[in-house]
Write a protein that binds this ligand. Structure first.
Ligand SMILES: Cc1cc2nc3c(=O)[nH]c(=O)nc-3n(C[C@H](O)[C@H](O)[C@H](O)COP(=O)(O)OP(=O)(O)OC[C@H]3O[C@@H](n4cnc5c(N)ncnc54)[C@H](O)[C@@H]3O)c2cc1C
Length: 409
């Protein structure tokens, strides 16, 4: 429930109620029900504020595995009304032979994944936080300092101009990629800047998308169009276009008609005429992985633990699998009367997550290396790779299972 003043002690404090913090808190509360830990969720930005950085104008491709996690959270019924299923994924390379079509039929599932507008995801997850009897939800409020103490952490919060203190057995840090809290704790990030930005915008087109998601590797970088539901009779999709940092400003400033013409050149007529483009925004892209994901009484989740390039649509899906695993470990700890912040619990969590996390990071980083390059040997290798995935059913299934987030199930 929404509160104005926190208590002085909680079993668990979640820092940040973006897509990951809100998902984790709701999942834990719904899984444990009345047996839940005492839990405080602190979010710096007011829930419906236009500047909310997580539930913003982007759209997210959710994997089939993420659907299972939202079902466990009892949120899927509501989300199912809002998502657009992805039934086919078409991967192609501009100007080169070789394209891959993956279909839900091959995997005997209703869909390979689902697209949700981030704002709509917030409209489902935030009321759950505000209404759950197991959660104290405080927003806007900011964690400004954290100090390890015996058996827990002390946190300083800024709430309505006042500083308050809270102690927790476990702090779940889900405060995103720019995390002064983790910096102050001395947690280092291993970073690789791609010198690229993702331009996002909704686009309108004349042909129905038929639930196909397109990933096209172009001379300027990967370009994805995710299917969205029609709006006022207009066929729509969410564009995620990765470009070199130096090109981003010109794209943001370009007028709609010349930008649509430019996109048409790169994307072709798969969706008929490109007729409209909405407000654009740019996100700088880096790979950033925290050197430590757990410490006594502390666990990092979501972008603060790993920020990935969006090309493979893995960031949130990977984080949701981590939330699911942490919830399992905390349920076990509850049954065995072990403190949630104990290293027994956190080590078990860390070990369980290592291989999936490494696989997603490697897949994403390799895709950037191969698909953002126009060096002849890489073009040739990717042509062969796309062809191989298209021709060898086992390879195609493996690729699709990773994209669907099913490899760790
Ligand atoms: C263009 C783009 C497209 C993407 N597409 C996909 C996709 O299709 N599929 C996919 O799986 N992933 C995708 N991702 C990745 C996905 O968006 C991220 O994984 C996700 O946003 C991470 O969420 P988060 O909650 O960890 O961090 P954030 O979204 O940054 O949220 C952090 C929250 O913490 C709050 N906060 C920060 N500091 C404090 C503090 N001190 N005290 C209290 N609160 C605080 C912030 O206000 C914010 O609400 C995409 C990313 C980009 C950039």
């Amino acid at each position: 429930m929404q509160i104005e003043r926190p208590a002085s002690y909680y079993d668990i404090v979640v820092v940040g109620a973006g897509m990951v913090g809100a998902s984790f808190a709701n999942l834990l509360a719904r899984t444990l029900g009345e047996q839940s830990y005492s839990m405080l969720v602190v979010e710096a930005v007011a829930t419906r504020a236009p500047e909310q950085p997580s539930f913003d104008a982007r759209s997210t491709a959710l994997s089939f595995g993420s659907r299972k996690i939202f079902s466990r959270m009892q949120a899927w019924e509501q989300l199912a009304e809002l998502v657009t299923p992805i039934q086919e994924i078409q991967v192609s390379d501009q100007g080169h032979f070789g394209s891959v079509l993956m279909s839900h039929r091959e995997h005997r599932q209703d869909a390979l994944g689902y697209v949700i507008e981030n704002r709509q995801l917030g409209q489902v997850l935030n009321p759950m936080l505000q209404e759950s009897p197991a959660i104290d939800f405080l927003a806007p409020a900011t964690i400004v300092d954290s100090r390890p103490v015996a058996d827990g952490m002390d946190l300083s919060l800024q709430v309505a101009g006042e500083e308050q203190q809270v102690r927790a057995s476990l702090v779940v840090l889900a405060d995103g990629g720019r995390s002064p809290v983790s910096e102050k704790l001395g947690i280092e990030q291993q970073r690789k800047a791609y010198d690229q930005k993702a331009i996002i915008a909704n686009i309108g087109f004349s042909k129905a998308h038929n639930n196909v998601a397109y990933e096209r590797f172009t001379d300027s970088g990967p370009l994805a169009v995710l299917p969205l539901s029609d709006y006022q009779g207009q066929h729509r999709g969410a564009l995620v276009w990765t470009v070199a940092t130096g090109e981003a400003d010109a794209i943001l400033a370009a007028d709609d008609q010349s930008l649509l013409a430019d996109l048409k050149l790169r994307f072709g007529r798969r969706l008929g005429d490109l007729t409209q483009i909405g407000q654009r925004a740019a996100y700088p892209l880096t790979l950033s992985v925290a050197r430590e994901s757990v410490r006594p009484s502390l666990v990092l989740l979501g972008n603060v633990a790993h920020t990935l390039h969006p090309v493979a649509g893995q960031g949130l899906n990977l984080a949701l699998r981590a939330c699911d695993c942490l919830v399992d470990k905390l349920v076990e700890a509850r049954q065995n009367e072990i403190a949630p912040g104990s290293m027994t619990v956190l080590h078990a969590y860390q070990q369980a997550r290592e291989s999936d996390q490494q696989a997603a990071i490697t897949l994403t980083d390799q895709m950037i290396a191969w698909f953002s390059s126009n060096r002849p040997e890489r073009v040739l290798a990717r042509k062969a790779g796309l062809l191989a995935i298209d021709l060898v059913p086992g390879l195609r299934r493996g690729f699709a299972r990773q994209a669907m987030g099913l490899n760790s199930w």
